[in-house]
Ligand binder design. Structure first.
Ligand code: PLP
Length: 370
């Protein structure tokens, strides 16, 4: 057993504590704690500007935002989605009484394979819910093309994609809605939080009603909404975090580059190609442990744990293997060969702004000399 302190797959980024005091003082003085207060409004503005989107609605967490996004578009029937994600993606469908239909992923991107979507469409299909897995953009044009042909909505689970751009701007502009998570483990955090990005003011108004019980004014309720509101404490945290986000992403990029350089050429270890420094967020560092490596993925994971290094098998098990999904015809492993193989090979290595060079060396050395 190692005597070194533990290293987890991620460590939430926190600004200096004293910088949060003025925000707390303002909350204490104003006694405004919730319900679209000044920090909530300011964070919506600031995030819109930072992310390059016009309409954004803040939520208490990403899961409530996903559930509400489906409500906002009145999604029913069946929705095509990926099994290779965090379980909240599919859970949001079940909470809406919608049947998930799993489609396999693409081996080069970990994202839903657009060439397999059409075969999964039935008369009940109303939408596609892809995930920008690890913050790598989906094939958004191929997905939109199919959605247009079949008159389907597209809701992106963009929980990993904070600050990610493609050649023409933010990846969050694609589809009908995109959903972000600001959970402690994500690139940008408000302890817990989330948001829906939408294309127009009318949709934002509907989403704002839905997250506040359906209230339009004191005496008017237009929908069976939920309490999904972000409070002033979390919004203030977001405003402070935003001041450090570029620095935090730059630190992640440095760690990503060091892994790439030092893990290159190990037989049996593969990883995604380097992302464009100007457009990526370096949210995760997944490796694939193949047959040529001396240890299996699980053996490597155990070996790292013996040395107090806690990597994570994101995403294993596949969502489609959990009990509430595995009875679905689309959940059969024969339907999901690529996702199944990836789930048994993947290991996400620690990556976060405070990861020291010394600690990263320990991780790399363990993989080089298992
Ligand atoms: C984190 C995450 C969510 C859920 O977000 P919360 O803010 O934790 O509710 C949903 N989907 C994906 C892909 C995630 O990684």
């Amino acid at each position: 057993m190692s005597t070194e302190p533990p290293i987890y797959v991620t460590q939430p980024f926190l600004p200096p504590l004293e910088e949060f005091t003025p925000y707390l003082e303002q909350i204490w003085n104003s006694r405004i704690l919730a319900n679209n207060g000044p920090f909530h409004r300011e964070l919506e503005q600031a995030l819109g500007q930072y992310l390059g989107v016009e309409h954004i609605s803040l939520f208490a967490n990403g899961t409530l935002a996903l559930v509400t996004a489906l409500q906002a578009l009145r999604i029913t029937g069946e929705v095509i989605t990926t099994p290779y994600s965090f379980v909240a993606t599919s859970h949001s469908l079940l909470w809406n009484g919608v049947k998930p239909v799993f489609v396999d992923i693409d081996a080069d991107s970990f994202n839903i394979d657009p060439t397999k979507i059409e075969a999964a469409i039935t008369p009940q299909t109303t939408a596609i819910m892809p995930v920008h897995c690890y913050g790598r953009p989906c094939d958004v044009h191929a997905i939109q093309h199919i959605a247009d042909n079949y008159n389907l909505k597209v809701i992106y689970d963009a929980a990993h994609a904070f600050g990610v751009n493609d050649a023409d701007g933010t990846v969050l502009r694609h589809g009908d809605l995109s959903v972000l998570s600001f959970h402690a483990t994500k690139v940008f955090n408000t302890f817990e939080g989330g948001a829906i990005i939408c294309p127009d003011a009318k949709t934002k108004t509907r989403i704002d009603h839905l997250k506040n019980f359906g209230y339009v004014d004191e005496v008017t309720v237009v929908a069976p909404g939920i309490n999904g509101k972000m409070n002033e404490f979390n919004a203030a945290l977001g405003l402070l975090q935003l001041k450090y986000i570029d620095q935090a992403i730059a630190e992640r990029q440095r760690i990503d580059a060091a892994y790439r350089e030092q893990l290159a050429g190990i037989p049996g270890i593969r990883f995604l190609p380097a992302a464009d420094v100007r457009t990526a967020n370096f949210a995760y560092f997944p490796i694939l442990v193949g047959a040529e490596y001396p240890l299996s993925r699980d053996e490597l994971n155990d070996r790292l744990r013996e040395h107090n290094i806690y990597a994570r098998r994101y995403f294993y098990p596949l969502i489609s293997d959990f009990p509430m999904y595995r009875g679905l015809p689309s959940a059969r492993r024969e339907n999901l060969p690529v996702a199944t193989e990836m789930a048994f090979q993947v290991l996400c290595l620690p990556i976060y702004p405070a990861l020291s060079g010394h600690d990263q060396e320990r991780i790399i050395n363990m993989i080089l000399h298992p």
